[in-house]
Design a binder for this molecule. Structure first.
Ligand SMILES: Cc1cc2nc3c(=O)[nH]c(=O)nc-3n(C[C@H](O)[C@H](O)[C@H](O)COP(=O)(O)OP(=O)(O)OC[C@H]3O[C@@H](n4cnc5c(N)ncnc54)[C@H](O)[C@@H]3O)c2cc1C
Length: 289
């Protein structure tokens, strides 16, 4: 299948990219791993494509003490190889296949906002943010959108026409904090039927001081559930994680589709949340990631 006709723009720097976007309100082309199939299947028909692949300043991964900033052109494979964030690295192993990871970008996956995708859940459970830029007259205006406001619906994010997501920020896990990502997919590399990303923090006496999960494939956006209160009243070895996981199960609203029933997806969330919380707690106990 072939895409519908469009005008192609290939700006060489960020200023030119933002000016072009402000003028033509076209679609940004990053790795093309979701956009090109959608064009070829005629699910979208933008009149203009703004290819950002020549804007060198959008590349790179910056490791800071408090977290990691990933540029809009950093590919999945590059970020995984850099090993800059243990939870991100773990999630990236579950994203698609090597050829797609070599081309697809972390920021593109966030903007694409597929409810079954892994990286939105990582951003959401960590409380990260996305930096969005636009051109206003001669000025370049930036805003940081927190994860809780970034995912606005299935395949919808807070990035508006004329805007460009320039980077994403993933806060570090911190001391005595562990993370885990568990999912079930029909084949390795497929989108998950359901998945759960968990982060757990322990104090010196092995009590849980914070615990959160983000569930994928079971709602229009990543479903974040704070289970810290329910987990914090006894030492971690005595915790009934299955009971805690039931909180996640009751928060999700899965739907039936050709791949799985809603009931099966809800069952998976219970099993995966228990496993992810247990694994994250184990990692936290050994000092964190
Ligand atoms: C066979 C196959 C299997 C896959 N399996 C998985 C999987 O298991 N898990 C998973 O999470 N993903 C999966 N994907 C999807 C893919 O990994 C991501 O959606 C892709 O990496 C998105 O990044 P990209 O750079 O390719 O974005 P593109 O395809 O270039 O763009 C996607 C969308 O985001 C917008 N966009 C991209 N970057 C920006 C930006 N910087 N600013 C503003 N808008 C932007 C585009 O305009 C477009 O609307 C799969 C894809 C394929 C083809």
């Amino acid at each position: 299948m072939k895409p519908p006709p469009f005008e192609y723009h290939a700006p060489r720097d960020l200023g030119a990219a933002l000016r072009t976007l402000a003028e033509v309100r076209g679609k940004v082309l990053a790795g093309g791993q979701s956009l090109i199939p959608m064009l070829n299947m005629r699910l979208t028909a933008p009149e203009h494509l703004v290819d950002i692949n020549h804007v060198a300043s959008l590349g790179g991964i910056e490791s800071l003490e408090a977290g990691v900033r990933v540029g809009a052109l950093a590919r999945h494979s590059e970020v995984a190889r850099a090993g800059a964030h243990p939870l991100l690295t773990r999630a990236l192993k579950l994203v698609a296949h090597p050829a797609i990871r070599n081309r697809g970008t972390v920021v593109g996956s966030l903007v694409h906002a597929d409810p079954a995708a892994e990286l939105p859940a990582v951003l959401a459970v960590l409380g990260g943010s996305v930096r969005v830029a636009r051109s206003e007259g001669d000025a370049q205006v930036e805003r940081d959108v927190p994860a809780e406001d970034f995912f606005t619906g299935p395949m919808e994010s807070a990035v508006q026409p004329g805007e460009l997501a320039v980077s994403a920020y993933f806060p570090a896990l911190g001391r005595r904090t562990g993370g885990a990502f568990e999912e079930v997919a029909r084949r390795h590399g497929d989108y998950a039927l359901a998945g759960v990303c968990a982060v757990v923090t322990l104090d010196e006496e092995a009590f849980v001081t914070a615990a959160k999960v983000a569930c994928v494939g079971v709602g229009p956006v990543p479903v974040v559930v704070d289970v810290g209160e329910a987990s914090g009243h006894c030492p971690v070895h005595e915790l009934d994680w299955a009971e805690v996981a039931r909180l996640a199960q009751s928060a999700v609203e899965p739907e039936d589709d050709i791949h799985a029933s809603a009931a099966y997806r809800r069952h998976l969330v219970g099993v995966l949340a228990e496993r992810a919380l247990r694994n994250a707690a184990r990692e936290a106990e050994t000092g964190g990631a």
